[in-house]
Design a protein around this ligand. Structure first.
Ligand code: NAD
Length: 261
């Protein structure tokens, strides 16, 4: 029996990369995982793989930007499972880099629709159920871009900071119902989202990271697993950086380590 046996988990953007690893991790600990994604085929593949490993998963095509679809999806989960213990708001895109003066309304709005509005719609539905059952664990996927926003990614930085705001306000609102809400800020993680960028930058980034490697989706899934455990009941409103130490390093550290190692 795993620590999440009998629990129901909803993961958005579960069809690839970090979301897929989260679905695999939570199901391996006994949760029935709803693998949701805008790409129905990817969600089906992931849930099929999980079931083949003897765990519980159900695929569902869900576009998080569609608030009535989100409402209908949670009503469907009610009928099938009768509860929602874990929500991981993970669906996202990186968008294209652009200077603010050249950024289109469409690019800006799409970023907000997926990350901010999508997470809000899902959290609002999940929270109603979690309040009723007096238990819940929520993880919002922010980014290291909410520690220091990258030039060329004003839209991405803005939404990832917004997710920290959503996390902190709702952590306070929901703590009295035994519901925790936390954010994770991944560093650079190997996935479809970073594939193009890593093709040229991987070696340089790995060298600059104290852990001497790029992150894998499983590194983030492990952090999610820590935060959603029933025993993690006192951890709420936190933003956990998971980046192999990358963000802590500065030039002075490099000088010191070169001198001493
Ligand atoms: N990879 C990284 O280095 C990194 C770093 C920090 C944060 N993140 C965040 O982690 C999350 C997952 O990213 P990833 O690297 O696994 O990328 P990914 O592209 O592999 O996965 C993102 C998933 O989200 C889905 N998705 C996109 N729009 C959607 C929508 N409207 N509704 C439902 N699903 C939708 C995609 O279909 C895809 O399966 C994102 O929120 C991303 O911003 C990633």
């Amino acid at each position: 029996m795993g620590t999440l046996t009998g629990q129901v988990a909803v993961v958005t953007g579960g069809g690839s990369g970090i979301g897929k690893a989260i679905c695999q991790q939570l199901s391996s600990q006994g949760a029935h995982v709803w693998v949701t994604d805008i790409q129905a085929e990817h969600a089906s593949q992931v849930s099929e793989e999980i079931r083949q490993q003897g765990h519980q998963a159900t695929a569902f095509r869900l576009d998080v930007t569609d608030h009535s679809a989100v409402r209908d999806f949670f009503a469907h989960v009610d009928q099938e499972c009768g509860r929602v213990d874990i929500l991981v708001n993970n669906a996202g895109i990186a968008g294209h880099p652009s200077l603010l003066v050249n950024m289109s309304d469409e690019a800006w709005m799409q970023m907000f629709n997926i990350h901010v509005h999508g997470s809000f719609y899902c959290l609002r539905e999940a929270a109603k159920r979690m309040i009723q059952q007096n238990y819940g664990r929520v993880v919002n996927m922010s980014s290291l871009a909410a520690e220091t926003s990258l030039a060329g990614f004003a839209h991405y930085g803005a939404v990832k900071y917004a997710l920290v705001g959503l996390t902190e306000a709702t952590a306070k609102e929901l703590a009295g119902y035994q519901i925790t809400v936390n954010a994770i800020k991944p560093g650079v993680i190997r996935s479809a989202l970073t594939q193009g960028f890593l093709a040229s930058a991987e070696e340089r980034l790995a060298t600059a990271t104290p852990a001497k490697r790029i992150g894998n989706p499983e590194d983030i899934a492990m952090a999610v697993s820590m935060l959603v455990q029933p025993a993690a009941s006192f951890v709420t409103g936190a933003s956990l950086v998971v980046d192999g130490g990358f963000n802590l390093m500065n030039e002075m550290d490099r000088v010191m380590l070169d001198m001493l190692q």
